[in-house]
Design a protein around this ligand. Sequence first.
Ligand code: SF4
Length: 215
Amino acid sequence: MSNAASEQYASPVPVLMHICCAPDATVPVLRLRGKGYEPIGFFYDPNIHPQAEYELRLRQARKLAHIQGFELLEGPYEPDHWLAATREFWKEPEGGLRCSRCFGVLLDMAARKAQELHVGFYTTTLFISPHKDVHVLEHIGREKGGLYGVTFLPEAFRKQDGFRQAVRLSKEYELYRQNYCGCIYSKLESDKWRAEHPNGTSWQRERRSTSTTGE
Ligand code: SF4
């Protein structure tokens, strides 16, 4: 345990961990514990479409919480709120301004929940995805943390082969791995990519943007 804010406190230090999906949470739970934190999972993902997919991913988060032994809190499913916040940028490709708005919705609620629970730190499992711009995530996370008086932890879960480890752990735990990020637009983009790359693998698709997203 080094260079962690938790060093100043008696361990383990609670941290609210926003969960985007169960596979992406596998490694963050282990890494946070390794640094002296105890994650409290928070599933808040109104971006996920359709509702059946949301419910499937939520069940997987519950399964992971049981396997790894962490507390899981569940936020409301409010897709209308998410659609209203991102509507302006619906035509943006994955990784663009639509995603920045999306991060804002998710992290605003996560920071608010951390404040409500009197948990001083919060972070998000979004950091492990090769599709996400870590610099944008960090900026928004800190901004929302400032609004609610909680400290955002920009944890580099993707480093040290984090994403590949998450894939391996997901298989070991028999977790469902989705083939699109979550929103209706990402589903349409993913379906299009698969139609154009009939022999492409999920791994190839996940890797296609890592050079621009901070890995
Ligand atoms: S692609 Fe993913 S991060 Fe971007 S807006 Fe859709 S759900 Fe959110």
